[in-house]
Design a protein around this ligand. Structure first.
Ligand code: DGY
Length: 430
């Protein structure tokens, strides 16, 4: 355990970079050589176990790239690197620092709340007070942006405008909603991901064409997010982002209360989500899943995001029982929870990105939520499987739920961070 903890710390140190906005961590120097939004949030959880100041810097650097309207991009291009495509000139957002034009699952408020709790527990509240105040304001603006721009029908959900926004890039949840995207004018391009990694672990050419067509659409709107929300060919209420934002709003409200702020707006967003999120329940399949805003169609897929309802703080005995039954069924079928796609699905592929592999960060959210809601046994299983996968195979980007094979990049920052959060931090109730 100690060796692995040392190794995890060394990975974070090795992926640490100094940019013009401050220190940040690359997810993996070869495959992902910039700062990514939700990667950095999870990375901060890892740093928090051994270098508190560095943990705060990670989130502060990310938020230094926040746009005027509260939006926080999914990538900040702090340095040039030709090893990644699509780079800043393809996004062409015209911002300084250079950023992408889409966001990512908003885990940051949950993380900052944890950083603040650690600081308080260490008797360092005074040292971090002005930092938490500043981040609170930035997080509030970010969540307001979600409420005003990414929930156009006021349903209490998050509508993703790009599969990359969901973080679950090639989940089969995006297959049907992606069909209307016109890829005929995308033109030629050279992917860099498949130069670093086996193409069998990555999205297909058709999926990449769709990703780029959506980037081109956003660019044609001048990255006006209201215009994109009104006309984008891909508009999907993502169950993962919706659950994560609901949880993040609860943490932000608590943080605001601790800081003596008026949290009325946050309470209203939470109430709207609690009232509306049932729209993402699929009674026919007994699961939480995403829903195409344009057609109203539910995906019907059981994915790892289906198990984030506990993390979101939702309590519904019938839905919880159905969700736990899926967990037990999948847990009996594969040695390692939680596959990103139900292994009983014909489209399950054990090493292809979000069509099968286990992701440590999703497991952390699932395990944390299960533990908090009193489901100790499945919570312990999810945590144990995550740590086993890492201990046996290394700090890979993701892992096969069938045999544990590492997939994607190695020495991966957020996998190292989750190891640290669960082993060295040991503040989770699991
Ligand atoms: C990629 O390039 O694969 C990333 O997931 C996009 O954010």
């Amino acid at each position: 355990m100690t060796d692995l903890t040392d190794a995890a710390r060394a990975i974070l140190r090795g992926n640490d970079r100094q940019g013009p906005g401050g220190r940040y961590t690359v997810p993996n120097g070869r495959v992902y050589p910039f700062q990514w939004n939700w990667d950095s949030a999870f990375v901060a959880l890892g740093f928090d176990t051994f270098d508190r100041v560095r943990a705060w810097q990670e989130v502060e650097t990310l938020f230094s790239a926040q746009w005027q309207d509260g939006f926080v991009p999914h990538i900040v291009f702090w340095a040039d690197d030709a090893g990644y495509f699509p780079g800043p000139s393809v996004w062409d957002t015209g911002r300084e620092p250079r950023t992408s034009g889409i966001t990512q699952p908003p885990v940051a408020a949950t993380v900052v709340r944890r950083l603040w709790d650690t600081a308080l527990a260490a008797g360092e509240g005074d040292a971090f007070w002005s930092r938490v105040e500043r981040l609170y304001d930035q997080l509030l603006a970010y969540h307001r942006w979600f409420a005003e721009v990414r929930d156009p029908e006021g349903r209490g959900v998050v509508v993703a405008m790009h599969p990359w926004e969901t973080g679950r890039d090639n989940s089969p949840e995006w297959d049907a909603p992606g069909e209307p995207i016109d890829v005929s004018k995308v033109g030629d391009y050279v992917r860099r991901d498949t130069g670093h990694l086996d193409a069998k672990m990555r999205p297909t050419k058709l999926e990449y064409d769709r990703y780029l067509a959506l980037v081109q659409y956003g660019r044609a709107q001048g990255w006006d997010h209201h215009a994109i929300a009104a006309g984008n060919p891909f508009r999907v209420a993502d169950v993962g982002m919706s659950m994560i934002l609901l949880r993040a709003n609860r943490d932000l409200r608590d943080l605001g209360a601790m800081l003596g702020r008026d949290t009325g707006a946050i309470a209203a967003w939470i109430a709207r989500a609690e009232a509306g999120i049932g729209w993402l329940w699929d009674e026919a399949h007994g699961c939480w899943c995403s829903r195409d805003l344009l057609t109203g169609r539910r995906s019907g897929f059981v994915t790892s995001a289906s198990f984030l309802s506990f993390y979101a703080g939702l309590r519904d005995p019938a839905k919880d029982a159905a969700t736990l039954a899926h967990l037990a069924r999948i847990g009996a079928r594969v040695p390692y929870l939680m596959p990103s796609l139900d292994p009983a699905d014909p489209g399950f592929q054990m090493i292809r990105y979000w069509r099968g592999p286990v992701w440590a960060v999703v497991n952390w959210m699932i395990g944390t939520g299960l533990a908090e809601t009193g489901h100790a046994e499945p919570a312990a299983r999810v945590k144990r499987d995550t740590l086993d996968l890492i201990a046996r195979n290394g700090f890979y980007e993701a892992f096969s739920p069938v045999d544990g094979t590492g997939s994607g990049g190695d020495d991966f920052s957020w996998t190292a961070a989750i190891w640290l959060a669960w082993v060295a931090g040991d503040r989770s109730a699991v």
